[in-house]
Design a protein around this ligand. Structure first.
Ligand SMILES: [Zn+2]
Ligand SMILES: [Zn+2]
Length: 267
């Protein structure tokens, strides 16, 4: 608690991976269960993760439950593919709000039965990684909503909207629309290849003041150990602190840094 606004809290450094798929995403490996995801995050020292399956929030509780009160902080999220085939990370302050958003998204998803032989299994688990059920509706594909309408629904729920992998040639805001629509509230842009960020900014100079993150977009466990990582400087690991950092407010900040790995043989 601070008596005056001019007193800055002590900020700590938290590495974050805000884009991770679980066994519920048909394209993800069956190793992507809560136990493995949490232990990989702890091994890597990742302080904040977000679970962002395609069009469903059904495995978020299991990952949150498995993490318990210990790090990492698990941010509830979902990855939406809009009518324009643009991928958007939608993150929410709590599970209740995410579930409300996920119900809306499910209603806008075309009714197609999953074919596990073609697309892969969509497994819903609990925190102990026991199988609860198999999701039968195919979770990939586009929902019948535009980028603008998804953005509006996220904003209404005080969520964070982060267009996914905007530097990829497909399923990305910049590739599919060609530009960041004026008036669209985005809290950050996710880039898959931070080493090429300058090239992206040269092509899109209007983005130079945007917040950028990078994430693993892990569909396999080994992908969580990405070369670059997002680092937040926060008073504590919380959704509201992440929001402040993405907005560059109250001294909080976000940066993309090379992952520092422990020296071989170090304790
Ligand atoms: Zn994506
Ligand atoms: Zn993804």
């Amino acid at each position: 608690m601070f008596a005056k606004n001019d007193q800055m809290p002590i900020l700590k450094r938290y590495s974050a991976d805000l884009h991770i798929h679980t066994v519920l995403s048909p394209c993800a490996d069956l190793d992507m269960g809560p136990v493995n995801i949490i232990s990989a995050a702890r091994r890597l020292g990742t302080g904040i993760i977000a679970i962002t399956d395609h069009h469903s929030a059904a495995n978020v509780p299991a990952v949150m439950e498995h993490a318990g009160d210990e790090p990492p902080l698990v941010v509830p999220g979902i990855e939406v593919q809009t009518r324009e085939e643009v991928h958007l990370l939608c993150l929410f302050p709590d599970l209740h709000t995410l579930n409300d958003f996920a119900r809306l998204i499910r209603d806008k998803l075309p009714l197609v039965q999953n074919r596990p032989d073609l697309f892969g299994e969509q497994v819903v688990v609990n925190g102990k990684e026991e199988i609860l059920y198999f999701e039968e509706m195919l979770l990939t594909g586009s929902v019948g909503m535009t980028v603008e309408s998804v953005a509006r629904e996220v904003k209404m729920r005080e969520g964070l909207l982060i267009p996914s992998h905007v530097d990829r040639p497909a399923y990305s805001l910049l590739a599919n629309l060609g530009f960041l629509p004026p008036g669209l509230t985005v809290h950050a842009l996710e880039i898959a290849r931070p080493e090429l960020k300058e090239r992206l900014l040269a092509a899109h100079p209007n983005l130079k003041n945007s917040a950028f993150i990078t994430s693993s977009d892990a569909h396999f466990l080994s992908q969580m150990d990405s070369a670059y990582m997002t680092v937040f400087y926060l008073a504590e690991p919380s959704f509201q602190e992440i929001r402040l950092a993405l907005g560059g407010e109250e001294g909080r900040k976000v940066s993309i840094e090379l992952r520092v790995r422990p020296e071989p043989g170090a304790a």
